[in-house]
Design a protein around this ligand. Structure first.
Ligand code: ADP
Ligand code: MG
Length: 230
């Protein structure tokens, strides 16, 4: 852990702070004054009915969508005023997302899917490959490194997607129903893995879930309804 990280960890300042965020699609107000925060190293579950705005909130935090009003801060970066370069750096270094349907590239092997996310970072090839090897071990899929996604089970695909998401060592992981397409056993294994790896690398996580089971790995649960928290 670097000196800067220790200072951030001990400062009591949230890693991610969302303040009075509004997002409209046409006439529909999908986020209606959302405020929330995530502390360094904290895992927060986000629950709520389908269509309540959970994915839109995640997309705003990851910078895929821009809020119409309100503020989002991650670390030192205010998303509303960040330059394109700062946003790109944020996505490359600080924030990662895992999705319900994995989003792996079908023409790349498990190893290559993970490595791809490091190719833009300027990390040297030998270091990159060493890191991918470590990640495959961390998600217990070293023996599947040359496998293509279509030959893997849902749970295995999600483990590769998690390894890919953690490859650049983000500080915040956004997980959008990561167990939503898995059976209970595979889903529980994914939750255990998310808990272990976020703990090990001290990563904060915002976990969107429909399952009360998933809240067991989180310190706190927040609820969303009609674009509002609470
Ligand atoms: P959740 O993840 O909680 O199911 P979403 O954030 O995906 O909810 O969607 C919230 C609402 O916003 C839904 O009514 C959805 O149809 C709408 N919505 C989401 N994304 C878009 C978009 N890009 N364009 C128009 N409407 C959208
Ligand atoms: Mg959603």
């Amino acid at each position: 852990m670097s000196v800067e990280e220790i200072e951030i960890t001990n400062s009591g300042i949230p890693l991610c702070e969302v303040t009075d965020v509004y997002k409209l699609f046409g006439k529909a107000t999908v986020l209606n004054g959302v405020s929330m925060e995530i502390q360094p190293g904290e895992r927060v579950a986000l629950m709520g009915p389908s269509g309540s705005g959970k994915s839109t909130l995640l997309n705003c935090i990851s910078g895929i969508e821009r809020p119409d009003a309100g503020q989002i801060r991650i670390g030192q970066v205010d998303l509303a005023t960040a330059s394109a370069t700062e946003m790109a750096a944020l996505r490359r270094n600080e924030v990662s997302t895992v999705f319900q349907f994995f989003h792996l590239l079908p023409t790349l092997t498990a190893f290559e899917n993970i490595e791809l996310s490091l190719q833009l970072t300027g990390i040297k090839k030998a270091d990159r490959q060493e890191r991918v090897k470590e990640l495959l071990e961390a998600v217990q899929l070293s023996s599947h490194k040359t496998a293509y996604p279509e030959t893997l089970s849902g749970g295995e695909r999600q483990r590769i997607a998690i390894a890919r998401a953690l490859a650049h060592r983000p500080r915040l992981l956004l997980a959008d129903e990561p167990t939503g397409s898995l059976d209970t056993k595979a889903g529980n294994a994914i939750l255990d893995l998310l808990e272990k790896l976020t703990e090990q690398f001290r990563i904060s996580m915002l976990l969107v879930t429909h399952s009360n089971d998933a809240t067991r790995i989180c310190q706190r649960t927040i609820h969303m309804r009609d674009g509002k928290i609470g």
